[in-house]
Design a protein around this ligand. Structure first.
Ligand code: KG4
Ligand code: ZN
Length: 359
């Protein structure tokens, strides 16, 4: 087994400035050489996208343009550093909304180039995985991490801080997307996952039954399109008064079905691979039932469980800085050819000058 936290930064030592703009949050963070977060700034676009009921890519890109330099400046000020004090710049290069990614990439390139700094390209999911050892630096590798967000639902075997294997993923909707769509059917606000979670806390899940996709033992993929369709038909059969009277119970049963799929497959993946640690990351890791169940069932089954704090679960640049400590470090000015990619395999080679380049 490789060294779990390899100190790979032989060049460009010094604080990392990380930039993340893959979806609808503009974020920048500064991390020192020991891995401590000196600053983490996230400018959420929720209020902008709220009126559309979802993220509008063009609008997100424009908001990133307006905010990127302000957010970077704020992170540096919070860390009490000047750009010339930095050792390297890290940035998310994919996967994500291409227009949004390009704003972050070009911001990072410009800062790195202007100060003759090296640059580290980071895969967005590597960032989510790194939230686990950012939260718990002494965590035992290998681990299975569930990444559940608005765009992703994946089970990943994390052998060390830069070696990953995809064990399973959603074949249709992401878990967060299922939460958001269910919330919208119930007439809740945006972002829906959080609202549905709050409503479910007031209900009883027993009165309604929602399907759990791909429930067969040993199957580590997910499917959430059936649960949303079931909610649609259930609500269609009810009149307004019935819907209102049963809202909390329906939300509770719906949340239960989504969380059951996530937890049971995460536990199965842990048992099948024999890892000591189970972890969760991504916005859906904010779900109160998921957190309670994972803590309880994971520990009861003998696993070390890591649930990152909420600010490191949702998109943020601190997790990108943590991932960047595992490289690859591109020297000045080799990264000028670097491109962003809307879809990007987790094991893609992010060095544009390498023969196996995935970008
Ligand atoms: O990771 P994230 O901030 O953004 C990406 O999609 O990359 O995740 C956002 C997702 C949304 O679908 C949102 O509804 C969901 O996380 N979410 C929740 C909760 N808080 C946020 N889902 C369930 N329960 C929550 N408490
Ligand atoms: Zn994300």
């Amino acid at each position: 087994m490789a060294d779990p936290n390899p100190a790979v930064l032989t060049a460009g030592e010094g604080p990392i400035l990380a930039v993340e703009t893959s979806c609808d949050d503009t974020s920048a963070a500064v991390m020192d050489e020991s891995g401590s977060v000196l600053a983490s700034v996230v400018h959420s676009q929720d209020v902008i996208h709220e009126k559309y009921g979802g993220v509008v890519p063009e609008v997100a890109s424009r908001a990133h343009v307006e905010r990127a330099t302000v957010v970077v400046r704020e992170a540096l000020a919070e860390a009490e550093l000047r750009p010339q004090d930095l050792g390297r710049v890290a940035v998310t290069v994919g996967p994500g909304l291409i227009g949004a990614l390009l704003i972050g990439l070009n911001t990072a390139k410009a800062i790195a180039w202007a100060h003759r700094l090296p640059l580290v390209p980071v895969h967005h999911l590597h960032g989510h995985l790194a939230a686990v050892w950012l939260t718990e630096p002494q965590v035992a590798f290998p681990m299975v991490t569930l990444i559940a967000s608005g765009g992703h639902t994946s089970l990943i075997l994390v052998e060390d801080s830069r070696t990953f294997r995809l064990l399973g993923q959603t074949l249709d909707d992401a878990a967060g997307e299922a939460m958001d769509k269910g919330a919208r059917l119930l007439g809740l606000g945006y972002p829906g996952g959080r609202e549905l979670d709050a409503l479910a806390e007031q209900g009883e899940p027993g009165g309604f039954q929602f399907p759990i996709g791909l429930a067969r033992k040993g199957n580590l993929d997910f499917s959430f399109s059936g649960v949303k369709t079931a909610m649609y038909y259930l609500l269609r059969e009810m009149d307004e008064a019935e819907r209102r009277a049963n809202r909390a119970d329906i939300a509770a049963a719906y949340r239960e079905a989504v969380v059951e799929a996530l937890i049971s497959k995460l536990l199965q993946a842990g048992q099948l691979t024999g890892v000591p640690t189970l972890a969760v990351a991504g916005g859906v890791a904010a779900n109160s039932l998921l957190r309670r169940r994972l803590e309880h069932e994971g520990t009861t089954a003998g696993f070390e469980v890591v649930i990152p704090r909420l600010s490191y679960c949702t998109d943020n640049a601190a997790m990108i800085a943590a991932a960047a400590r595992s490289g690859p470090l591109l020297p000045f000015p080799a990264y000028l050819a670097l491109e962003a990619a809307a879809s990007l395999a987790l094991d893609a080679d992010l060095n544009p000058n390498s023969e196996k380049a995935g970008l």
